[in-house]
Design a protein around this ligand. Structure first.
Ligand code: ADP
Ligand code: MG
Length: 417
């Protein structure tokens, strides 16, 4: 695939304000057509500075910015800004201008003919499902929500390829804000616009962005998709910015059962004798065995209890097999299965592939580990302790079908029969 030329390219850009305040440095950033880039970070981290250099409201002190491959220094600032829209917080509609005039302020400045302006205004009004006769009304004749929608389409009126938005919804109440976020995201996708959007609200960034650029003290700390940010935060700063709740949720959202299952569960075929089953249980230090056919399809399980009670009357594993068994597919998301496993109080669950062949088991202890790992990080000692504490308190048959080497040390493994 040929490398598509970025719409905006920052090459080692730096901005030092008068007095020597280094606002940003070593900024390297690619913005591609159709991207919705959210710049996020603490106050004073350089978001606004970075954004304002794109349309030359601020000039970089070092480095280079290219717009469609061209050094913006070599583009006339007025011409550049014709192609780049700019929206700042809370710019309301002009009360003395009609909706039509409000929508077409910039096209008018750009000297579009009247007819073209009118066409554009109608088209945009249609996009937000407002009737055409609103064009000649004044803002005070519209509801608050309608006025906000006009504010959004006004940003799109000049057909600019790139739109810069600096915390445009920062001061709005949550409900209005959510409605406008949805609207701008919708329109951006529908019209194929490229947006650079400054925010300090992670929910907003996660909802809107195709790329999230995390800034701190004038540097870009991470530049990735929302999913990457959630699943692989670059450092503690990003983790804190994202918040533990979202990280826990994200981990369960992408982790599959296969990633945490134990392979090589203790299993036996139906034709084997009960004596062989007991030997295997002792060898693997488990109190249940999964039963599979010769092709490894999961058929059921046997447990120590039925072995003990039926030892006299039965001869083979097939005679005492229990076929009612809860299992999960290896591709299931932890999110969808963990809850069920924990709530059902199951000590383990067999994992099968698409042909219902046994490929592993998930133990309750492993699940608990994942949950605690996520909360407390990769502190091995800690999560091990928690894992086995949980296992020990889990009554007599903790070992279940787990291979001994993988199971927590357990004093109560199967007794001789
Ligand atoms: N005109 C200015 N003169 C001097 N310093 C400035 C000016 N504007 C911003 N700064 C400083 O540059 C840094 C980055 O500011 P800014 O880009 O506005 O951050 P953000 O938008 O992330 O809050 C801050 O330390 C800020 O105080
Ligand atoms: Mg700012």
């Amino acid at each position: 695939m040929p490398e598509e030329q970025p719409m905006v390219l920052f090459k080692d850009v730096e901005k030092v304000y008068r007095g020597g305040n280094v606002a940003v440095e070593h900024i390297n950033l690619e913005i591609h057509k159709g991207d919705f880039v959210c710049l996020i970070g603490t106050s004073g981290s350089g978001k606004t500075t970075t954004m304002r250099m794109i349309n030359r409201m601020l000039e970089p002190s070092g480095g280079q910015i290219l717009f469609n491959g061209k050094d913006i220094h070599k583009i006339d600032a007025v011409k550049l800004r014709r192609q780049i829209g700019y929206v700042i917080q809370n710019i309301g509609l002009m009360p003395h201008m009609t909706i039509y005039e409000n929508i077409t302020i910039v096209p008018k400045l750009l000297k579009w003919p009247e007819e073209k302006r009118r066409e554009k205004a109608k088209e945009l009004l249609d996009l937000v499902e407002l009737p055409e006769d609103y064009l000649d009304r004044y803002p005070s004749e519209l509801s608050g929500g309608q006025q906000q929608r006009i504010g959004v389409i006004r940003a799109l009126a000049a057909n600019q390829d790139l739109i810069l938005m600096d915390e445009p919804y920062g001061a709005l109440d949550p409900i209005t804000r959510e409605a406008l976020q949805e609207l701008i995201k919708n329109l951006q996708e529908k019209l194929g616009k490229t947006v650079v959007f400054v925010t300090h609200d992670m929910d907003e960034a996660l909802k809107l962005a195709t790329k999230i650029v995390v800034m701190d003290h004038g540097h870009i700390i991470q530049n990735s998709t929302p999913t990457e940010l959630l699943t692989h935060p670059a450092n503690k700063f990003v983790e804190n910015l994202v918040g533990q709740d979202r990280l826990v949720q994200a981990r369960a959202d992408v982790t599959t059962v296969e990633q945490i299952m134990l392979k090589n569960p203790a299993a036996i075929t139906p034709g084997k004798s009960l004596a062989e089953a007991i030997l295997l249980m002792r060898k693997r230090r488990v109190d249940t065995l999964l039963v599979t056919d010769d092709e490894n399809h999961l058929k059921g399980f046997i447990d120590l209890e039925s072995l003990e009670t039926r030892y006299q009357s039965a001869t083979s594993v097939g005679d005492i097999i229990k076929t009612s068994i809860f299992y999960v597919n290896k591709d299931s998301l932890l999110r969808d299965t963990a809850d069920r496993i924990l709530k059902r109080g199951l000590k383990y669950v067999p994992v099968v592939d698409h042909d219902k062949k046994l490929v592993g088991i998930v133990t309750r202890a492993a699940l608990v580990d994942v949950v605690y790992d996520t909360i407390w990080g990769d502190n091995d000692d800690k999560s091990d302790d928690i894992g086995s504490d949980q296992a020990d308190s889990d009554t007599e048959n903790t070992a279940s079908a787990t291979a001994a080497s993988e199971a927590p040390a357990n004093s109560d493994t199967p007794k001789e029969v």
